[in-house]
Ligand binder design. Structure first.
Ligand code: AMP
Ligand code: FES
Ligand code: ZN
Ligand code: ZN
Length: 313
């Protein structure tokens, strides 16, 4: 097995590219794929201040590393979700990376700052944990970006994540979600721009990237995600990928180029109904936003209105 670029012994094969790579050229491929996604979808301008949401897992730490190496101005954001030892361990990985790279890590802690944790919040709101968790994360990403004066929030969603979410949305024909399932959502109605620069790279590549770069990430999955539907969709897509390499890529990128536009009108109609939540100021289509309702039900402290930053600190 030889590297496609330099013909030296290869350390990894990527079947959907039908190629093998040595360490140096694999790391270059990852940087090139991220740069390509950023350029292709106009995700980040070199003058932007970027906030990368880091969970301590392989994808988000690799993304932070890649964005730093590509020369972007990027700080990290870690949210403590109060999921016992898992949260402590993931926070320690995020902190260790920040220290190693001399990068700034912003931290928000749900139990300390909002008075509830994901297991209690999910139970109180009768939601599955991942739903209460996703809702809280989206709200807190937006808020931290607006308060810190960041132009864009980047998350570590990779090709496997996006293909699995797309698969679920198509399986159930959630057309309202299909209109918003894009690698970049522009800033609008008080939401900061959101980008997913890892959409051209898969889970296996991100794990290999971290190993080759010596990035120590939390290998354990979130204990609350066990049995989650998306894990089943990932397994199904992986089974297809084995016999037909490139299927995941074609499924997701084919959707973006040939189908996403057809679902846009429904997402745009929803955008027009947005107004600020009377309690926290975040945009919502309901009377009070879903985050504020969740916090109240979970017995936490109602969030104060967002304090917009007046510029870079
Ligand atoms: P998940 O929803 O757990 O698959 O995570 C998707 C992305 O959300 C990750 O790649 C991170 O960018 C971000 N993320 C997840 N958990 C956290 C967390 N506790 N703090 C900050 N960002 C997170
Ligand atoms: Fe959100 Fe596990 S990280 S439920
Ligand atoms: Zn090589
Ligand atoms: Zn609110």
């Amino acid at each position: 097995m030889r590297c496609r670029v330099c013909r030296q012994p290869a350390v990894i094969d990527i079947r959907r590219h039908n190629a093998n790579f040595c360490t140096e050229h694999f790391l270059k491929l990852c940087r090139d794929q991220v740069a390509k996604a950023i350029g292709e979808f106009d995700m980040i301008d070199p003058s932007d201040r970027v906030l990368v949401a880091v969970s301590g897992g392989k994808d988000s730490l690799a993304l932070w590393d890649l964005l730093l190496d590509l020369g972007y101005q990027v700080d990290g954001l870690y949210l403590g979700l109060g999921i016992g030892d898992y949260s402590h361990a993931s926070r320690d990985h995020a902190r260790a990376f920040a220290q190693q790279r001399q990068a700034k890590l912003v931290e928000v802690d749900l139990p300390t700052d909002y008075g509830y944790d994901i297991p209690t919040g999910a139970k109180a709101a009768r939601r599955v944990p991942c739903s209460a968790c996703g809702l809280s994360k989206r709200h807190l990403f937006d808020r931290a970006a607006l308060e810190g004066g960041y132009d864009v929030v980047a998350t570590g969603h990779n090709l496997d994540d996006e293909a699995a979410v797309l698969f679920g949305n198509v399986l159930r024909w959630h057309t309202e979600y299909l209109g918003r399932q894009l690698p970049v959502l522009p800033a609008a109605n008080g939401f900061p721009r959101k980008v997913k620069p890892l959409v051209r790279l898969g889970e296996r590549e991100m794990a290999a990237y971290c190993v080759m770069r010596g990035i120590d990430y939390i290998v354990e999955e979130c204990p609350m995600a066990v049995g989650n539907k998306h894990l089943g969709y990932k397994d199904a897509l992986n089974a297809i990928e084995v016999t037909s390499p490139g299927s995941k890529h074609d499924f997701y990128f084919g959707f973006l180029s040939r189908a996403a536009e057809r679902f846009r009108s429904q997402a745009t109609a929803e955008q027009a109904e947005l107004h600020p939540c009377p309690s926290c100021g975040a945009p919502t289509t309901a009377d009070t936003c879903a985050f504020c309702r969740l916090v109240v039900r979970a017995g936490g402290q109602a969030p104060v209105p967002v304090q917009l930053s007046t510029g870079p600190r």
